[in-house]
Design a protein. Sequence first.
Lengths: 216, 187
Amino acid sequence: MNCKEEAIALMHKYLDDHLTQTEEKKLRMHLQACQECQTHFHELKRTISLVKSSSPVSAPQGFTSNVMANLPKQKKRNHYTKWFRNHPFFTAAAVFFLMMFGGIFSAWTEDQQVTVSKQENLVIKNQVVIVPEDVTVNGDLVVRNGDLRIEGAVNGDVTIINGDLLKQDSREDSPLDGEKYMAYVSGEVNEVNQVFEWVWYHIKNTWESVFSLAKE
Amino acid sequence: METVIKEKIKQIKKGNQAAFEDVVSFYQNKVYQICFRMIGNAHEAEDLAQEAFIRAYTNIDRFDERRKFSTWLYRIATNLTIDRIRKKKPDYFLDAEVKGTEGLSMYSQIAADQALPEEEVESLELQTYIHKEILALPPKYRSVIVLRFLDELSLQEIAEVLEIPVGTVKTRIHRGRETLRKRLRHV
Ligand SMILES: [Zn+2]
């Protein structure tokens, strides 16, 4: 058995509790014969127990009351919004009418150009909007008719209408000391790919803005 | 417990703010631990953990009750912490030494207060060293190591918290474990 490739991989598998019986046998046989791997295995197991031996830390005194004191004022949910939630059919029907008049419907079907709500520092290539690695978008980001790839960060919600959020997976081979972090979005990610969802998205926004005005 | 929490969340969603208090006191240590082990100092950890709970509260409507609440909460906490680490990035590696010292002062404070016997002090030093070595890991390895070995989450749960595939979690754990092995083998 090759120590570096096979034996060490089996050790990690063992430590993750994913070793089959045959594999375990294989590993045990190798360990009996190979001093170097034995040491390696011992060190790995010891590392874990050392890490686990760190005493658990607890939240400081008064943590809970601090959180409670800093919560925003009791949320009074607007009962219109609630009604709207409880009667999706009526709302959708009403909105459908509005949309027919408002022309949003045709906007969905006709307008196929890539648009993005914030342009600064973003790259648009082949229908893909890219937030480059060193860029942080502050605020919500809306992308229409294109995919989005976040290599940097978005400090807000992300909405993708008629497109996908592209996951970056080619990253995993980067070396251990590579400083590539996970793409990061602080808020919600919404993908809107159907006319109906699009309608919902619009309603939600319209209602939210209407009611936030009303609340002032 | 998960059912009690579920019930509390229903009440919070209905507007009962007081129900959130039990949720905070139930999860405070876990969340604080994640933040502390990842960011390295007590003050910032408290700040981040508090922010995580406040965000969970303000976004409670977005929480899908069919999912596990802890996963959702830990995700908020790790995202906030990773974000903070990223913001500190320029001086981060230069800072590593100082960071370790902050942990040290916390531990030595305990030691001074309670005048521990020799061997206990020794183990405090060891703990500080381990804490520092975890902090020296790049954030993406640090987060999986903390969630796996300090919070004892399953691989599947970690994948859900960090929103990455289980395979990726495994790779990161293996690499993190190897790095720590090299750093801790002479301890
Ligand atoms: Zn070997």
